[in-house]
Design a protein around this ligand. Structure first.
Ligand code: PLP
Length: 368
């Protein structure tokens, strides 16, 4: 049977997009108003695309109040390429970087950084199966690192920093892929922020990088920088405003529509209020009786990726199967954690959280 009804999509990424953004893209897919061509067909050097990327960047800047001395870039290769590009640009020969490891993604970031330079792991939550962020007194920061890398929301384990740890005047580099713009962000606290857009900002195909200009300039002075492949130089992309080569035109267009939606909603404070409400509803149900168990420690629980277990793996498999049949898609947890994961990004509707809570209550009644 063919169905075009939209289910509740709990996928961790690529993930649910705001309906108004999808509807506008659908309406204008064959011909952009007054252009007569699809956004899929236009040149990235055209006036039309120039306007699209400029409006997108303007809304990103407005949403996060980004100062002039930061570049906003749309790059390719995913957040994974940033695992290498960050140290290639910011970790000069003879220097080292501190990494805070709170889950699978930060652990992958360390692995790639080690191929480029020296790494000091300032915290590693692996021994506890990545259930929490570090306390201030556990962070073993080095004296003079090139930067401190942090993964502010661990998508797989569902562990989120609700406050940036105090790292003094060290430069912070953050992978914010899975909660970017889910709450207000003070960009001035960071040297570089990167986020694969397919979690919370748009469809797959681009990575948003927000980087301070002095770091881009400093990188260009390092011995060996000129020999870096040009696609891996922040300076090249910054100089050409993300148009050094052909950018993912359609993805940037979609990110632009999502940014417009966020601005219309009232910006990041408004978005955060909605996200808090959605997450609280779901965690309240997880905590209600003890049948469900949250993976992350309470103070480290992610508002975006809610990870939880059931009494045994058979029940977990049954839950996945029956919830899918009930129109709740994508709840199976990542294989490295097991259990369930409900990704409830910005665009995930509150009715979907209510539907999941009702389903959980019914499921517990039948199987608890
Ligand atoms: C998904 C994800 C990545 C990897 O992103 P790609 O764009 O697939 O390379 C990295 N970090 C975090 C936190 C993620 O959620």
């Amino acid at each position: 049977m063919v169905t075009t009804t939209r289910v509740f999509n709990f996928s961790a990424g690529p993930a649910v997009l705001p309906l108004p953004a999808l509807e506008e893209a659908q309406r204008d897919l064959l011909a952009l108003p007054n252009v007569g061509m699809s956004v899929l067909e236009i040149s990235h050097r055209s006036k039309t695309f120039e306007a699209i990327i400029q409006e997108c960047e303007a809304n990103v800047r407005k949403l996060a109040n980004i100062p002039e001395n930061y570049h906003v870039l749309f790059l390719q290769g995913g957040a994974t390429t940033q695992f290498s590009m960050v140290p290639m640009n910011l970790l000069p020969p003879g220097a080292w970087a501190d990494y805070i490891v709170t889950g699978s993604w930060s652990s992958k970031a360390v692995k790639e950084a080690k191929k480029v330079g020296a790494v000091n792991v300032a915290f590693d939550g692996k021994g506890e199966n990545y259930v929490r962020v570090p306390r201030a007194d556990e962070l073993k920061l080095s004296k003079d690192p090139a930067y401190v890398h942090i993964t502010t929301n661990e998508t797989i384990h569902g562990v989120e920093f609700h406050e940036l740890p105090d790292v003094g005047d060290r430069v912070v580099v953050a992978d914010t892929s899975s909660h970017m713009f889910s709450r207000p962000i003070d960009v001035t606290k960071y040297g570089l922020i990167y986020a694969g857009v397919q979690k919370n900002l748009g469809p797959a195909g681009a990575t948003m990088v927000i980087v301070r200009d002095d770091l881009v300039k400093k990188a260009a002075e390092y011995r060996g920088y000129a020999n870096l492949p040009v696609m891996l130089q922040y300076g090249a992309h910054a100089a050409e405003k993300s148009l050094y080569n052909t950018p993912p035109v359609f993805t940037i267009y979609m990110v632009g529509l999502v940014m417009k939606w966020l601005v219309g909603l009232g910006g990041l404070e408004a978005m955060e209020r909605i996200n808090i409400r959605k997450a609280e509803k779901l965690y309240a149900e997880i905590d209600r009786t003890g049948f469900y168990r949250g993976h992350a420690a309470k103070d480290s629980r992610s508002r975006m990726n809610v990870t939880f277990r059931l009494p045994n793996e058979e029940l977990e498999a049954q839950f996945v199967k029956e919830s899918k049949a009930a129109g709740l898609d994508g709840l199976k947890g990542h294989r490295s954690v097991g259990g369930l994961r409900a990704s409830i990004y910005n665009a995930f509707p509150e009715e979907g959280v209510d539907a999941l809570v009702s389903f959980m209550q019914e499921f517990e009644k039948k199987n608890g």
